[in-house]
Design a protein around this ligand. Structure first.
Ligand SMILES: Cc1ncc(COP(=O)(O)O)c(C=O)c1O
Length: 360
């Protein structure tokens, strides 16, 4: 039998949810609404869908391993050089490449808790150690995170906005952190939901990249661009870091259809604006209705809302909503997270939640 190393056996595997069709079959329901994974409820950009149909005739060819056209378009869009950009099979792959590129066994990575679970999973697989710093008032506690840096620290992860709380760190907070972090420690700023942010106090992380700081910014086409199923995201960092990450990636890590769809989606301002509008309207509706049914919530800068509960009833609320065809994400025993949906989906969620009042 193959001996599996201890650090791999110690990993709690990520448990994917069942396919929606399977859940519906098991529960004997139909037309359920999925508000569990922070996807864009409006779907993909129509321009991207058109490109996808066109791209089908090229599928017998390998993809462009350099993402040439997409890199060029993004570099124009963001006013940075293509050498500062690396595309991945979702921004998840960029997280993995960053960790594998710079962490050695025994090194540490600092991250908030709760935050995006993938950071610590990958650190563990690289035989690194994750230092978890609890959120403070549902936000990253950047001061404490900075104070935990040691000689062994290689990376700090900041999800801005944070998943699952939807909170942001301000310009001032981020500036203070960047100033305090010693050279050689990579600050990863994960901006998967940046397009949804409304606060004027949201930090412009690109500024730090231009100043030559050791930062890596993560963005994705999975959220507002509505392409989660295609798997495409990107990282922006210094030429030397991007160059090193390029060395260890698979030559064809981003498939043909993803590249074509992302290129089209990037140009679709109309879809972007519409998606923001849907989110803002949904947010207002849900704030009002959650309040009416006596639920607390964390004001969000993203496309999801974190709902803390007074009782240890998250699993029960989740199961009961599921039976009514509404899928949310339980977050530990005392909270759940819901994705802001289309108006009809939000109404279904609220109607279902009204029956759960005794569990809050
Ligand atoms: C904070 C955060 N970062 C990254 C991702 C991953 O995105 P991708 O689909 O690009 O791998 C997610 C997805 O849920 C997320 O919430």
């Amino acid at each position: 039998m193959i001996k599996i190393p201890e650090h791999i056996l110690a990993i709690n595997p990520y448990v994917p949810g069942k396919p929606i069709e399977e859940l519906e079959r098991e529960l004997g329901i139909s037309s359920s609404v999925k508000l569990a994974s922070n996807e864009n409820p409006a779907g993909a950009s129509p321009l991207a869908l058109k490109e996808l149909r066109r791209g089908l005739s090229d599928l017998h060819r390998y993809p462009d391993g350099s993402c040439y056209y997409l890199g060029k378009a993004l570099s124009n869009h963001l006013q940075i050089s293509p050498e500062n950009i690396l595309f991945g099979n979702g921004s998840n792959e960029i997280i993995e490449l960053a960790i594998r590129t710079i962490m050695r066994p025994g090194d540490t990575a600092i991250m908030a808790h709760p935050s995006f679970v993938v950071y610590s999973l990958i650190v563990q697989a690289a035989q690194g150690r994750s230092i978890l710093v609890p959120l403070k008032e549902q936000k990253h506690d950047l001061e404490t995170m900075a104070s935990r840096v040691t000689k062994k620290t290689r990376i700090i992860f900041i999800a801005n906005p944070n998943n699952p709380t939807g909170t942001i760190n301000t310009k001032k907070e981020l500036a203070a952190l960047i100033q305090r972090i010693p050279k050689g420690v990579l600050v990863v700023i994960d901006e998967a939901y940046c397009e949804y942010v409304m606060s004027p106090d949201y930090a412009d992380s690109m500024k730090y990249l231009r100043q030559g700081k050791d930062i890596l910014i993560l963005r994705t086409f999975s959220k507002i661009y509505g392409l989660a199923g295609l798997r495409i995201g990107y990282g922006m960092g210094s030429r030397s870091l991007i160059g090193a990450m390029n060395r260890i990636r698979q030559p064809f890590n981003v498939n043909t259809l993803s590249q074509k769809a992302a290129l089209a989606a990037l140009s679709d301002e109309k879809h972007l604006k519409r998606s923001i509008k849907i989110n803002e309207r949904g947010k207002k509706f849900l704030y009002r209705e959650l309040e009416k049914i006596g639920l607390d919530f964390v004001p969000t800068e993203a496309n999801f809302i974190f709902v803390p509960l007074k009782k240890n009833s998250a699993q029960k609320v989740y199961t009961s909503l599921l039976q009514k065809g509404v899928i949310v994400r339980p977050m530990g025993p005392k909270a759940f997270r819901l994705t802001i949906g289309l108006p009809g989906e939000n109404k279904r969620l609220i109607e279902a939640l009204k029956h759960e009042r005794h569990r809050f």
